[in-house]
Design a protein around this ligand. Structure first.
Ligand code: ADP
Ligand code: MG
Ligand code: MG
Length: 898
C-alpha cells in the first residue's frame, strides 16, 4: 500500500472508492467522468492523512513537489497561473472523509491571493470590488482555520466597517471599505502570529493542506464520529480536495446555491433548495443573508435553471439515490462543486424508496436496504395534536425546518444546554443562528429554534440529520443573550420557561402542548409489506397489556414473545391482593388469596390472547423476588413512626407485620436471589395459580371459538431438574383443566435462557421443553457479571470512553461473548430437537444490529417492544438481503492485490 499514488486529478479518481478519496473527492471524480462541469482540481488521498499522523503530524517529504505538478496541470487547463500578477489562479482547499460530516471540517476559499495577486485579480476581472471581497474572505477563513484565530475578531472588524460605511449587508460594502478590512484582517493575523502573513501561494497551500489534516482530529470531528459511531473501518482520515475557484460573487449574473434533487423533508419529487445571487459558497449555509427559493432561479437566471434541472436528473439516474448538491454560477457559466446522497428524514426516505421503485430507478431490495431501521423511530413518536393546539395560540412562527414536536425549557447558551441535557432536562436550544461548534448542544437538546437562516442553514441541516424537531428563520423572535430572554410581539420569554415547537409547520407555543400518537402512512405500510415478504425472522412483541398487544399487531407483530405477568400485579386494584398473598403464613391462607388473583389473571390473559388471536403468546410466569412488591424497609419504618405519633394502634401492628415480612424476605443481591423458577419451586401454589389461569383462559377461549395460542415460559432456569418439577405441575393442571372443560389444550411449555448454566445445559433443557427464548438482559448481566443498574450508572460510560467496550452491551448484543453462549445453547438445543422454536425477548430484540446477529444465528423470531416493531421488521429484512448478497459468489475478484 505504501507506494500507492497519493494525488489524483479528478479525471483519474475512482468515484466508488470513498475510503481513499473521501465522499467529496469521489463525487468530484465521478461528476468529472460523467462530463459535468466540475472546475479542474485534484484529490490528496486519505492515505496521506494517515501518513501525516503516523509520522507525528508531518506532511510526507515529497508531497508538495507532487502538488506543484498538479497545480501546473491546472494552470495548463485554465490558462491561469498560481501566484501570477496578470491572471492569478485561485483554489479552494476542502476536506472530505468517506462519510459526509457536514460542516465538521473547514474549507478555505480563494487561496492564492496576496497583496500582488489581488491587484491582478482586480484587473483581470475588471471588478476590483470582487477581488477585495474575495481577499478578505480568504484572510478570514485562513486566519480561522489555519491559525486558529477567534472568528469574532474578524466579525467585529467587519461590523465596524459596515457601520463606518453605514450599510447593512456585506454585499453593500464598497471597494474602499473592503481594502480597509483586508488591512485590518492582516493585522489581526500578524498580531496573532507575531510574524508576517504568508504571501507565497505554495506556502499558503501547504499550510492549508496541513490544516485540513489536523481538522480530522479536531474536537468537532471527534465528537461527531463518536456520536455517530464512525469507526476507522467506516472512515479513516480525510482527503484534501484542491479545486480551481469559480466565483459566484462576480456580479448579478453570478450565484451560488445548494439543492436537493428531491425534497428532504417529505421526499416529494421536486428539486428543493436555495441560492444567492452575487455570493460565495458558504454564504448560503451560514444563514447570514436570507437565500431565495430555487424556483426563483427560473426567472432570475433561466439558462442556469435549465442546466441545474438537467444535472439533477442526470445525477439521480446515475447514483440511483437523491442527491444533495452544491453549484456555483460564474458570470453565467454553470459549475458543479459537490454531490452526495441526500440525508433525509424518515418520511422522505420512505417516500423516495417507494417512489424510486415505481419509477423503476431501483429494485425493491434496494428500497429496503437504503433505509436505516433506527431512523424509523422518528415516525413512531408523537407529533403535535393540532386540535388541542387550538387552545394554545402560537406565539410566533418561523420556517419549519425539521418535522416533529418537542417540548422543553428555553436555553440560549450552548454549554448550559449540554449540561442540562446531560442531567436529563428537556431543552430547546434557542439561538440566532448555529455553527458547527454548537453541535454538541444539538445532541443534548430535544429541539432547535433559531431566529435566522433558511431551510439549508446549518441549524436546519443538522436538526434534520439528527431527526430532531427544528424551526429556523424565526425573525420575529428577538433574542437578547445578555438578558437571557427572547421577545415576540407582546411577550417576553425567559430562559428556563417551557415552550413547545412544531417543526412540521414552524409554530412556537408557550407551555406544553398535547401531542398525539403517530400513524403509519401508506408508503410506510408499503415498505413494511415488502420487508415482511423479504425477511425470514419472525417478529413478535414484548407486550404486557391488551393495548400494547393491539398496537404491536397494528405495527405488524405476529405474536407476543414476552408477556410479563408481574406487570399485572402492579396495577392499582391488584397490588393490595398481591401483598396480602405475600403476607400469608400458611398455604391455606395463601391459596385463598391466590384464588382471587387467579380470577383477575385469567381475565387479563383472555384479553391479551384475544388481541393476539391467531398467533403465539408467550406468557412468562412470575419472575421478580417477592419483596419487590412490598414497600421498602426504610419507608415502612418511617410510616410506623408517624403512625405512632397519631396513635393508631391497629394500623401500627399491621405495618409492623409488613416490616417483619419485608426484613425476612430482604436479600443482599436480589438480582441473583430468590426469584423466577426458584419462587415456583418454593411457593409452588403461586405458579400453580398462574398455570391454571392460563389453561382456563385458553380453555374458555376454545369454547368461545377464539383462535388463541398460549405458551408458558419459565424464567431463571439453571437446571433441568427445576424445569422437570414445574413441568409436573403443568402437566397435572393442564389435564385437570382439560377434563373440567372437556377439551384438549395445546399450550407449549418452554424456558427462558438467561442463566449461564441453563445455556450450557440446553440439550437437557430441550428434552422437557417445546421452545427456548433468550432473555438477553439477564443473560448479559450474567455473562459479564455486571449488575446492570450499577454498571450503567457508575462506570459503563467511562468504559466506553476508554474503549474497553465499544458499546453498551445492554443496548447492542455482545456478539463475541453473549452471542457465543447463545450459539452454544442453540446448537445443543437443536441437537436434541432440530425444530425447536428459539427466540429472543431481551431489549436486544429491537436493536437492528442485534437483529442481524439473530438472523445469522438461525433464531426463529425476535421479540421487541411494540413501538419498535416496524424497526425490527425492516432490520430483519435487511439481514435476509445482506445474507443473500454475501452468499452470492463474487463475480469480479479485486485486481489490485498487495
Ligand atoms: P462543506 O464540506 O462544509 O460543504 P465545501 O468544501 O463543500 O465544505 O465548501 C464550502 C463552500 O465553499 C461550499 O458552499 C462550496 O460550494 C464552496 N466552494 C468550495 N470550493 C469552491 C470552489 N472551488 N469555487 C467556488 N466555491 C467553492
Ligand atoms: Mg459542501
Ligand atoms: Mg429476566
Amino acid at each position: 500500500m505504501r507506494n500507492m499514488k497519493s494525488i489524483y486529478f479528478f479525471n483519474e479518481g475512482d468515484g466508488n472508492n470513498k475510503k481513499l478519496f473521501g465522499g467529496k473527492g469521489a463525487g468530484l471524480a465521478e461528476m468529472t467522468r460523467l462530463g459535468l462541469p466540475v472546475p479542474p482540481g485534484f484529490t490528496i488521498t486519505t492515505e496521506v492523512c494517515n501518513m501525516y499522523y503516523a509520522s507525528g503530524k508531518k506532511l510526507p517529504r515529497n508531497l508538495m513537489n507532487k502538488v506543484k505538478k498538479k497545480i501546473v496541470k491546472i494552470e495548463k487547463k485554465t490558462g491561469k497561473k498560481f501566484g501570477s500578477i496578470e491572471n492569478p489562479l485561485l483554489v479552494s482547499v476542502r476536506s472530505g472523509a468517506a462519510i459526509s460530516m457536514p460542516g465538521m471540517m473547514d474549507t478555505i476559499l480563494n487561496l492564492g491571493l496576496n497583496n500582488k495577486t489581488v491587484i491582478g485579480l482586480a484587473k483581470k476581472s475588471n471588478n476590483p470590488r470582487f477581488a477585495w471581497d474575495s481577499y478578505r474572505r480568504f484572510l478570514q477563513l485562513f486566519g480561522k482555520v489555519v491559525f486558529g484565530i477567534d472568528d469574532k475578531k474578524f466579525e467585529q472588524a467587519l461590523e465596524r466597517a459596515k457601520h463606518a460605511q453605514n450599510v447593512q449587508a456585506d454585499s453593500d460594502l464598497n471597494e474602499e471599505s473592503l481594502q480597509k478590512i483586508v488591512l485590518e484582517y492582516k493585522t489581526i493575523c500578524e498580531n496573532h502570529l507575531g510574524k508576517p502573513f504568508p504571501e507565497d501561494p505554495y506556502k499558503q497551500l501547504e499550510l492549508a493542506i496541513e490544516a485540513v489534516f489536523r481538522s480530522w482530529m479536531g474536537e468537532r470531528a471527534l465528537v461527531y464520529r463518536e456520536k455517530y459511531k464512525i469507526t476507522k473501518d467506516i472512515a479513516n482520515g480525510t482527503a484534501v480536495n484542491v479545486v480551481t475557484m469559480v466565483f459566484g460573487n462576480m456580479g448579478n449574473d453570478s450565484a451560488t446555491g445548494v439543492v436537493f434533487t428531491r425534497n428532504p423533508g417529505d421526499g416529494t419529487r421536486k428539486v428543493f433548495g436555495e441560492y444567492l445571487v452575487n455570493a460565495q459558497g458558504e454564504d448560503v449555509v451560514a444563514g447570514i443573508r436570507t437565500p431565495q427559493p430555487i424556483d426563483n432561479l427560473a426567472r432570475e437566471l433561466p439558462k442556469t435553471y435549465t442546466q441545474l434541472m438537467k444535472t439533477c436528473e442526470k445525477l439521480e439516474r446515475h447514483y440511483k439515490e437523491p442527491q444533495d448538491i452544491e453549484f456555483t454560477v460564474e458570470q453565467g457559466k454553470f459549475y458543479m462543486l459537490q454531490t452526495r446522497s441526500a440525508k433525509m428524514n424518515a418520511i422522505g426516505m420512505i417516500k423516495t424508496s417507494v417512489d424510486m421503485v415505481k419509477e423503476k430507478l431501483i429494485s425493491r431490495d434496494r428500497a429496503i436496504l437504503r433505509l436505516q431501521p433506527e431512523q424509523l423511530d422518528q415516525l413512531l413518536h408523537k407529533t403535535i395534536d393540532t386540535v388541542a393546539a387550538k387552545n394554545y395560540p402560537s406565539i410566533v412562527k418561523g420556517i419549519a425546518a425539521s418535522p416533529g414536536a418537542a417540548t422543553g425549557i428555553v436555553v440560549f447558551d450552548v454549554k448550559k444546554a449540554v449540561q442540562f441535557g446531560d442531567e436529563g432536562v428537556k431543552v430547546i436550544l434557542v439561538r440566532e443562528e448555529t455553527k458547527p461548534e454548537d453541535v454538541p448542544a444539538f445532541f443534548a437538546s430535544v429541539g432547535i429554534l433559531t431566529s435566522r437562516g433558511g431551510k439549508t442553514s446549518h441549524a436546519a441541516v443538522v436538526a434534520r440529520g439528527m431527526g430532531k424537531p427544528g424551526i429556523v428563520g424565526c425573525s420575529d423572535m428577538k433574542i437578547d443573550y445578555a438578558a437571557k430572554k427572547f421577545q415576540v410581539e407582546g411577550k417576553t420569554v425567559l430562559e428556563g420557561e417551557v415552550i413547545t415547537i412544531d417543526g412540521s409547520d414552524g409554530n412556537v407555543f408557550l407551555g406544553e402542548v398535547p401531542t398525539i400518537e403517530p400513524k403509519l402512512t401508506d408508503d410506510f405500510r408499503t415498505i413494511l409489506n415488502w420487508a415482511e415478504k423479504t425477511k425470514r425472522l419472525g417478529i413478535r412483541a414484548n407486550a404486557d397489556t391488551p393495548e400494547a398487544a393491539k398496537l404491536a399487531r397494528e405495527y405488524g407483530a405476529k405474536g407476543i414473545g414476552l408477556c410479563r405477568t408481574e406487570r399485572m400485579f402492579n396495577a392499582r386494584d391488584r397490588l393490595g391482593l398481591f401483598v396480602d398473598m405475600i403476607m400469608t403464613r400458611t398455604i391455606e391462607e395463601r391459596k385463598a388469596v391466590l384464588e382471587k388473583l387467579m380470577v383477575l389473571q385469567k381475565s387479563d390473559f383472555k384479553e391479551i390472547l384475544t388481541a393476539m388471536k391467531g398467533y403465539h403468546v408467550t406468557i412468562r410466569l412470575l419472575d421478580p423476588p417477592l419483596h419487590e412488591f412490598l414497600p421498602n424497609i426504610e419507608e415502612l419504618i418511617n410510616r410506623i413512626h408517624s403512625l405512632e405519633k397519631q396513635n393508631t394502634s391497629s394500623e401500627i401492628d399491621a405495618t409492623k407485620r409488613i416490616l417483619d415480612r419485608a426484613r425476612e424476605l430482604a436479600e443482599i443481591n436480589p438480582m441473583m436471589g430468590h426469584r423466577g423458577v426458584r419462587i415456583g419451586i418454593t411457593f409452588p401454589e403461586i405458579y400453580e395459580m398462574q398455570i391454571r389461569a392460563i389453561c382456563e383462559a385458553a380453555a374458555e377461549l376454545v369454547k368461545e371459538k377464539v383462535d388463541a395460542h398460549a405458551q408458558i415460559m419459565i424464567p431463571q432456569v439453571g437446571s433441568v431438574t427445576e424445569l422437570i418439577q414445574i413441568k409436573k405441575i403443568y402437566d397435572q393442571i393442564k389435564s385437570s383443566v382439560e377434563s373440567k372443560y372437556e377439551i384438549k389444550l395445546k399450550i407449549n411449555f418452554g424456558t427462558m435462557l438467561e442463566v449461564v448454566r441453563g445455556c450450557l445445559t440446553a440439550d437437557e433443557m430441550a428434552k422437557v421443553t417445546e421452545f427456548f427464548s433468550f432473555g438477553t438482559n439477564d443473560l448479559t448481566q450474567a455473562v459479564f457479571s455486571f449488575s446492570r443498574e450499577d454498571v450503567e450508572g457508575k462506570f459503563l460510560p467511562e468504559y466506553i470512553e476508554k474503549e474497553i467496550l465499544v458499546e453498551n452491551p445492554f443496548q447492542s448484543l455482545d456478539v463475541n461473548g453473549v452471542g457465543s453462549l447463545m450459539q452454544i445453547a442453540i446448537a445443543k438445543g437443536k441437537s436434541v430437537k432440530p425444530n425447536l422454536e428459539i427466540g429472543i425477548c431481551g431489549e436486544h430484540g429491537g436493536d437492528p444490529i442485534s437483529i442481524k446477529f439473530c438472523h445469522k444465528a438461525g433464531l426463529s423470531y425476535v421479540s421487541a417492544s411494540s413501538h419498535r416493531i416496524p424497526i425490527a421488521i425492516l432490520a430483519a429484512a435487511q439481514a435476509a438481503l445482506l445474507e443473500k448478497s454475501e452468499r452470492k459468489p463474487k463475480t469480479k475478484k479485486s485486481k489490485k492485490k498487495k
